[in-house]
Write a protein that binds this ligand. Sequence first.
Ligand code: HEM
Length: 376
Amino acid sequence: MARKPTNYWDYLRLEELQGLQGGLERDDTALTNDEVLFIVVHQVDELWFKLAIRELVSVRDLFRKVPVPEQSLASAVRGVRRLELLFHQIGGQFALMETMTTRDYLGFRDKLSPASGFQSAQLREVEILFGLGSEERIPLGGEKSYIDALKHADGRESHASKAVAARLEDRPSVLEVVDDWIYRTPIQGSRPEDEGDDEVVGRFVEAFITAHASEVKAFLDNARANANNDEEYALLERRYQAQLASSASFLRAEDVEVSDGDSAPRLRTRRVRAALTFIESYRELPLLAWPREVLDSLVALEQAFLIFRQRHARMVERMIGRRTGTGGSAGVDYLDSTALKYRVFRELWAVRSLLLRQDALPALENAATYGFVAGD
Ligand code: HEM
């Protein structure tokens, strides 16, 4: 039987879509242009969040496989780049919102209370999928937890609270699967299951710290020769030595406690950090080229997400100054602290502080493990 011709408006369900901007009045002709803009921008952003959740689930599922098939890394990078662009897109819409004046926003703001973007279940799902832990969350203010804020005012579960509760059950997060995948990276040709792997990783870490120390020494020798006075040099020396000490401690994972003589958690973290450093340092090796792109795309994604948070905060400050939010938070102060404190891929950012130029790197061992053929 012949298929009924498709209409543009049927396929996109435009009649239903265009009937959804009426706000509490259920009638957009009763609203100002500013309020319709406010509704449309939020709705469009929620649609982008919907797409972001799908992409994050796909990326998570790619990394969930053990081992991760080499050929999926290019798809993972494509998915993460799409996510990055999505968050830039969402952040870009705030400029449109800024065409509304404070006075005009105040014209309809009261009827929103106590609703707030704080009740966006999809943004919470995005954060949970990334790997932001509930214990890391900044309180909104008042007694409510972020989960309670998603319930109906009388405490009943809502569509939003149920969606977030289901997502909390939906483990693992992107952070967890990526961490496991990085952990399995061969370091100087050695894999975690190989005998003597801890020693190989330990040697690489110490060689890297020694190379870093030589770089700092060369820099400080030069700085001493060029310093205007002793005080200026002493300050610089303190800074560089402190940075070196903190890099060494980070690579040795000294921040991870060894309780009851169990060093396994520390060795695991040390291996992850060494692997990140290794991938970034020897990225020309064929087996490491795509992993390095994956790591870079994740940093770019988190950067886009942070810019989205900051851009929202600046738009809010311009719109309502420092007053309390409709959701009851400290408003801009709350939003700024989320932009400052919510970091998921912390280790990926942290290794940036200790990477070295190519010719200062420790000698590479077992290059053949990485598909490297001499003369390439
Ligand atoms: C006039 C425009 C806007 C103003 C004045 C505004 C204001 C605020 C304020 C003050 C908060 C803090 C929570 C509270 O106390 O309410 C907040 C949170 C939030 N807003 Fe907006 N907002 C605006 C537009 C938007 C748009 C267009 C989006 C689209 C995505 C959005 C998404 C969010 C989200 C997701 C949160 C929760 C952030 C978090 O908890 O990390 N907002 N907003």
